[in-house]
Design a protein. Structure first.
Length: 286
């Protein structure tokens, strides 16, 4: 009897996602011993075949950058999403002295940490900064001539390029989608942090929320992600304000402080702090 096909067949099977059986062999006649040994050798080379065929690690999103494979065996800190994501009844200005409470159906607010942006939040800046940094952004406005703005939005979001701005190298995936709501997960390249991104159509405008699940600062990841998508939509006539140090100074101060203190050089890529020895300018005290 002939042994199974050559190494090429094994590599081809691996590249197509075919699962090869691997169980403890039963006692075999002497005539099949050589064949079994050869099979074990081929299975032992499966990992090398998988890498050569470009098969992604099972934990990666399909559109992860190729470098994701270098970190597939590292511990991931995906975190847990808030339990109240989605379009639900929200109340703003609840504790305000100078603004009346307002309740409506919308996306979740941020909690004041510099790792989130949302179109839901207290109307007055003096109220928003009581819980942390200002993370409120304005709803995105479609052009008047767009008969299907949410469809246009979804197309722009799904065209997102993982790795742009040196972020989201783990790729992204759509979690939930309807004619008026879109929810996605984005994954960081090395440690597998998961960010939640939501869009909802409300009164002809687009509500937005992008937030990290763990950590304090996000190293400007959420701002970069939203700015990238917004830039693509502006080309088609959308009105969307850029998130920059002028619009959200406290957020960017925290992001730059985090970049300055991190030991991860890759975090600094594409920023003013990229390169050896570059630090933030700080006033001399004392």
């Amino acid at each position: 009897a002939k042994c199974p096909g050559p190494m090429l067949a094994l590599c081809l099977a691996s590249s197509q996602g075919i699962v090869l059986p691997h169980s403890t062999p039963r006692a075999a006649p002497a005539t099949t011993t050589a064949c079994s040994s050869r099979r074990d050798a081929l299975l032992g080379a499966l990992a090398a075949c998988t890498a050569a065929a470009g098969v992604r690690p099972a934990s990666a999103f399909d559109n992860a950058v190729p470098d994701y494979a270098n970190y597939a065996d590292k511990a991931k800190r995906k975190g847990n999403p808030p339990k109240d994501l989605g379009v639900l009844k929200r109340t703003i200005n609840a504790d305000s002295i100078n603004a009346d409470p307002l309740t409506y159906n919308g996306l979740r607010k941020c909690d004041g940490k510099p790792n989130c942006f949302s179109t839901t939040g207290d109307e007055l800046l003096e109220d928003r900064i009581l819980t942390g940094v200002d993370t409120l952004i304005k709803p995105w406005k479609p052009p008047a001539g767009d008969a299907a703005p949410f469809k246009s939005l979804k197309a722009a979001v799904k065209a997102y390029t993982p790795g742009q701005g040196f972020i989201d190298g783990g790729g992204f995936q759509v979690v939930k989608e309807s004619d008026t709501y879109l929810y996605l997960n984005f994954e960081a390249l090395k440690k597998g942090y998961i960010d939640d991104l939501e869009f909802a159509l409300r009164d002809g405008m687009i509500d937005v929320r992008s937030s990290s699940r763990v950590g304090q600062t996000d190293f400007a990841v959420n701002a970069k992600r939203l700015n990238y998508i917004a830039a693509a939509l502006r080309k088609d006539g959308w009105t969307i304000e850029e998130i920059n140090p002028k619009s959200h100074p406290d957020y960017w101060d925290a992001a730059n402080e985090g970049l300055d203190l991190t030991f991860d050089k890759d975090r600094r890529r594409g920023t003013d702090l990229e390169g050896e020895g570059k630090r933030l300018d700080r006033p001399n005290i004392g």
